[in-house]
Design a protein around this ligand. Structure first.
Ligand code: DGL
Length: 282
């Protein structure tokens, strides 16, 4: 038994954790805020870095990859999994909840990040045109439009797909000279509409929030790290049957399908987290 298998087996026996899933590094922006808000719970992060980006893949592939990650997290000690990935939340969440969960783990839960963000912006927006910056798969799913219009049927929404941003962030090129130009190009259609409320519809984008804000200084930005912790707190207060099962030994664990050394270095450099990531072993 190698080290990851040992750690994971130990978790399975003693702990029921909150799992945080993302295609790569993006979910770390949410994880850092969950870590602060819920210091007592046991948290495990799963980054599918070796298969990121998800956002340019087909819905079938996004579902398959997300389902594999969720399955691993449940089989390795999670009670609740948060899809801290807008793309997975937009494309795979409903099917996972309706089919996979009921067939395999009916007592466990999977939550997404997209609906809480859509609700927040729909409730605070007023009459302004809403801007959504997201991956191609999230834009094509129409999930933000669907969820915002459930609350505000008259909302005017403009979406912009940004296929290069996740690969740029995954490769650590956040401060490369060309990154600003690429961001400017993607924001052009949103700037034309004079957007005042902008959704960062991808958990990777908070890594470049300062560059986006510099391009659109008057826009109020809505993103996953600023919304999801309060939304999870609200969920847990309404679901004591789940909350009561969560163990509170303050454990933190980071699993990646990519290079664990690179993962730890990225977390330290771009988000100030001192961690020791482990490589997934099936
Ligand atoms: N962080 C994911 C999201 O929120 C990125 C998806 C991708 O890998 O393209 O959409």
């Amino acid at each position: 038994m190698n080290k990851v298998e040992f750690v994971v087996e130990f978790f399975m026996i003693y702990w029921l954790m909150i799992g945080v899933f993302d295609s790569g590094y993006g979910g770390l922006t949410v994880f850092r805020e969950l870590d602060k808000k819920f210091p007592k719970y046991d948290l495990i992060y799963f980054g599918d870095n070796s298969r990121a980006p998800y956002g340019s893949r087909s819905p079938e592939t996004i579902y398959e990859y997300t389902c594999e990650a969720v399955d691993w997290l449940f089989r390795n000690g999670c009670q609740l999994v948060i899809l801290a990935c807008n793309t997975a939340s937009a494309v795979a969440l409903r099917k996972i909840q309706q089919e996979y969960l009921s067939e395999n783990f009916s007592e466990k839960r999977v939550l997404g990040v997209l609906i809480p963000i859509a609700e927040e912006i729909a409730q605070t927006n007023g009459k302004e045109t809403i801007g959504i910056l997201a991956t191609p798969a999230t834009v094509e799913s129409g999930a933000y439009i669907r969820e915002i219009k459930k609350i505000d049927p008259d909302a005017n929404i403009v979406q912009a797909a940004a296929p290069l941003l996740v690969p740029i962030i995954e490769s650590g090129m956040i401060y490369h000279n060309s990154t600003k130009d690429i961001i400017r190009t993607y924001l052009e259609p949103l700037k034309k509409e004079n957007i005042k409320n902008l959704v960062l519809g991808c958990t990777h984008y908070p890594f470049i929030k300062h560059l986006i804000q510099a391009e659109m200084p008057d826009a109020k930005i809505f993103d996953s790290p600023s919304i999801i912790p309060a939304s999870l707190e609200n969920y847990l207060s309404r679901h004591p049957e789940i909350e009561n099962k969560l163990t509170t030994k303050r454990q933190r664990c980071y699993i990646t399908t990519g290079d664990p050394k690179r993962f730890s270095e990225f977390a330290k450099k771009f988000i100030g987290l001192e961690i020791y990531a482990e490589k997934l072993s099936k």
